[in-house]
Design a protein around this ligand. Sequence first.
Ligand code: ACO
Length: 302
Amino acid sequence: MLSEFLDTSDEWITTRTGIKTRHIITEERFEDLATEAAARAIESAGLCPDDIDYIICSNVSNLYVTPHLSSIIMGNLGMKGPLCPTMDVNVACLGFVQGLDLGDALLATGRAHNILLVAAEECTRFCDWTDRNCSVLFGDGAGAVVLTKGDNLIARKFTTTPMTDVIVYKNPMEATPFESGEGIDTHSPLVMKGREVFRMAVTSAARDIAQVTASAGLTLDDIDHFLLHQANLRINEAIRENLRQPEAKFPTNVQRFGNTSSASIPLLLDEGVHEKRIKRGDKILMSAFGAGFVSGIAILEY
Ligand code: ACO
């Protein structure tokens, strides 16, 4: 389908990225996707929406800059209140892992007890569909979890390298009456320096994963599952080879979903739990990277 309107081929996309299919929002509403993931997570946790006392939502690619998506999800869940705090996180593909860290801090200080963490992205709507460099890579998706005390993270590391030109998406802005309007760069779809992202991703993950694991008093062999952000199968393969760990510990779904930004790790988690590959007590290492340039690792016991 893509090669009907882009100068690309299934062979190029498969060999360079591993992606075979991706899901693209058409008639559906993005906020419904996010709400469905949230509702399923709350149900799996044996709770009801009014038990939730904090909502964190990671997203970069939704229609609304404001109102924030957490507030929309809260309304869609039919929560009656008294209504709890909500906030959105924008750190691109790292959003879910960053949200875990925020949630952990809120739980540790007793400021929340049942936190809904949603990662929802409609990346396909911020691509220029005449640009083969970006549009073939992305898919839409949403994943969610409920965090409760006792599920604290074992270790984490987050870094930002201010390389603000490697992945860029600009929202439309209005020109004011106080400027000529000439040269105002008001909007651009996603622009990405793919090779640079590739290099940064492999370097930062390889550098940090072993270090965070050691800081937790663990070895790589103690980790049962490495849930890596799903951007490109070759990136994940390079990281795995660097760590010299078996393929079975690195589940993938980029082949089926494409890059769903911050939704990719919760989607992997959900699949692993439902297929009974991930069990209570297993040690999970999550690693993600994205625009900023940000990178983050978290180790937790499921
Ligand atoms: N079909 C056919 N040819 C293509 C396509 C396509 N879809 N896209 C690019 N090409 C061409 C390029 O134009 C280039 O042609 P040239 O050699 O004539 O100049 C050639 O293929 C090779 O391009 P490269 O960029 O060198 O290909 P590479 O092997 O690096 O793969 C890719 C490109 C897939 C983008 C890779 O670099 C990658 O995955 N990078 C990471 C991207 C990523 O993870 N982004 C995350 C961002 S998510 C977020 O933060 C919101």
